[in-house]
Write a protein that binds this ligand. Structure first.
Ligand SMILES: Nc1ncnc2[nH]cnc12
Length: 593
């Protein structure tokens, strides 16, 4: 429905509202949360197929239910609109289908999704076909159109973000924003194509999402002048105010990586400043699977309320605010006539996890259980997601330390799951087994081209101890990421992951101690969330046993090759210092070995 949400035929709605046609379904006797006033009002809700036709006293309005079976008794309950996640990354090991099926149980009925990793690797025909299929999910799937890959790719892959493809993406009816703009420097340098894409977005009335962590007010002001309309990267209340003052729609983040919401809410509410709640939204920003045990947007609402946010404001941030911002408020985000019938039935406003979920007029979940199946996606029909990896690995490729100038080697220190600091260190040997490396915590980390042409290496400290070989096709540049101290185990893990068309595979000696197949582009699993959550927890637990100090290693996999983050990253062009794009260590060429 996302693609054609603006194409509603009005006649049956008019007939139902005026009592000339019986409603297809009625929710009777509940207290309806009015997102416009922030009040609870006793009202019945009459539906006409997937839309709301009338809200009020149906008897008084002369609207008759067709029969008792068409009435859902919600007396004693509170009705709120289905929740909207404005900033979803539907590929944190889960895929768009498994994410949608999980979150709708907790009342999220609209996802506004990152297209990265699908757009960046799929043929356009297949991507369009997949979008049509996803349109049949009980969750409305809207999309962003990325303007860059967020990684430094080999030149042969760059045309993915060419004029024709990006313009086609911006023209899709289900695309609501350009971005997120992780690579915004070229925009401020007025790079022609980037400016043209933002201008095109403005012409189409779609938004432009920034990505400016730690940016000064000056930079934020320049980005606003360059057409950026929103940002979700604040980690302090002051940063939120900076964005609000400049007119940004500002999204408060509570992700698995950065659970900042309580601090942001409390900081915003400090003192006597009136908080402009209507300019705020909230996001889970791509949580890794275990987070979903706590919920999704329902968990954001709960967290905001627990932090002191007035309940009405918390619900507005998750419903009408994103609907207004994305220019969809005549369709979404409210229990009001004309809107899509996405309705969560709650015990009370203090309990945002719904007892029942109605999406597009159909009951889709009850007491945390899905009531609907499908659509079944035949993933085999999307050949561009089944990449054939050409990078056969042998241990010889991994048997030497990366060399910098003067025989020193680069050592990446992991300061948290994603922030790195690099230092040069002297080592006396060229082996990488622990007794050869500078310290017992040191592992080799390598990014191996999925076409088998190059490999970029560094030492890494702070990821774990005594890991023999761990391979992940889950990474920011869609190549193969390897960690380990034993070249043979690393090659074994890598080859095993590649053999499966993508996986996270861990080998100690000759034994496989962990394996999670990721058959969709080497990125996402087909497992339903009930299985994927414990499998992800298993990986984290095992890594902790090997001295891994952080809670979100999947993000380490994702971001070690993502050049939107600071310090050094592993790329096709070598080990690169992001700030000035300086290549610190060139990649090894693999073809000649
Ligand atoms: N920039 C990003 N790209 C991909 N996944 C993310 N999750 C959070 N931020 C992300």
């Amino acid at each position: 429905m996302a693609a054609n949400i603006r194409e509603q035929s009005l006649e049956p709605l008019i007939q139902t509202a005026t009592g000339k046609r019986t409603p297809t379904r009625v929710l009777a006797g509940g207290d309806v949360f009015n997102v416009f006033t922030g009040d609870l009002e006793r009202a019945d809700v009459a539906l006409c197929d997937n839309r709301i036709a009338y809200v009020g006293d149906l008897k008084q309005a002369g609207i008759q239910p067709a029969n008792p079976a068409s009435v859902i008794d919600v007396s004693g309950k509170v009705l709120v609109p289905g929740y909207i996640e404005p900033h979803a990354h539907p590929f944190l090991l889960y895929n768009p289908v498994t994410l949608a099926r999980e979150v709708v149980k907790r009342g999220t009925t609209t996802l506004i999704n990152d297209n990265l990793f699908f757009f960046s690797r799929m043929k356009m025909e297949e991507w369009s076909r997949l979008l049509r299929k996803l349109n049949k999910l009980p969750v409305k799937m809207f999309w962003w159109a990325r303007l860059d890959a967020q990684a430094r790719l080999p030149e042969s892959r760059e045309p993915l973000f060419d004029e024709e493809r990006v313009m086609e993406e911006l023209s899709r009816p289900a695309v609501l924003q350009a971005g997120e703009l992780t690579d915004w420097v070229p925009l401020l340098e007025a790079e022609e194509k980037r400016v043209r894409w933002v201008e095109e977005s403005r012409k189409k009335g779609i938004r432009v999402e920034g990505h400016a962590p730690g940016a000064s007010r000056r930079t934020l002001a320049c980005l606003a002048a360059a057409g950026v309309t929103g940002d979700h990267e604040s980690i302090t209340a002051e940063e939120v105010w900076d964005r609000l003052r400049l007119g940004y729609m500002t999204t408060l983040r509570h992700s698995s990586l950065r659970p900042d919401l309580p601090e942001l809410i409390q900081g915003l509410m400090k003192g006597n400043r009136e908080v402009p709640w209507h300019r705020l939204m909230m996001t889970t920003d791509g949580p890794t699977p275990p987070y979903l045990k706590k919920g999704f947007v329902d968990y954001l609402i709960r967290t905001a309320i627990e932090a002191g946010c007035p309940p009405a404001r918390a619900y507005q941030m998750a419903t009408v605010n994103p609907a207004v911002y994305y220019r969809l408020d005549e369709h979404l985000g409210a229990i009001a006539p004309g809107r899509v019938a996405d309705i969560n039935v709650l015990d009370s406003l203090e309990e945002p996890d719904p007892v029942q979920v109605v999406a597009e007029g159909e009951p889709v979940a009850k007491e945390g259980h899905l009531l609907v199946n499908g659509p079944e996606v035949d993933w085999k029909g999307y050949s561009s997601l089944k990449h054939r990896w050409n990078a056969g690995l042998c241990s010889e490729h991994l048997a030497h330390l990366p060399k910098g100038s003067g025989g020193r080697v680069p050592v990446i220190h992991l300061l948290n799951p994603v922030i790195t600091k690099m230092e040069w260190e002297d080592v006396t040997s060229h082996g990488i087994r622990p007794f050869h490396a500078p310290g017992e915590e040191d592992l080799l980390v390598a990014l191996v081209d999925r076409e088998g042409k190059w490999m970029t290496k560094s030492l890494i400290r702070g990821f774990g101890k005594n890991i023999d070989g761990l391979a992940s096709t889950y990474n920011g540049s869609e190549d193969l990421l390897l960690f380990g101290r034993d070249p043979e185990a690393m090659a074994r893990a890598g080859n095993r992951a590649l053999e499966q068309g993508g996986a996270i595979t861990w080998v100690q000696g000759r034994e496989e101690v962990y394996n999670l197949p990721l058959p969709l582009g080497g990125k996402t699993s087909l497992l339903h969330m009930e299985e994927l959550i414990p499998r992800t927890e298993d990986l984290v637990r095992k890594l902790k046993e090997f001295g891994h100090p952080f809670h979100d290693p999947v993000y380490t996999f994702l971001f070690l090759s993502s050049t939107h983050l600071p310090q050094v990253r592993l790329t096709a062009g070598g080990l690169v210092r992001v700030k000035d794009k300086k290549v610190l260590v060139l990649p090894d060429r693999l073809e000649s070995t």
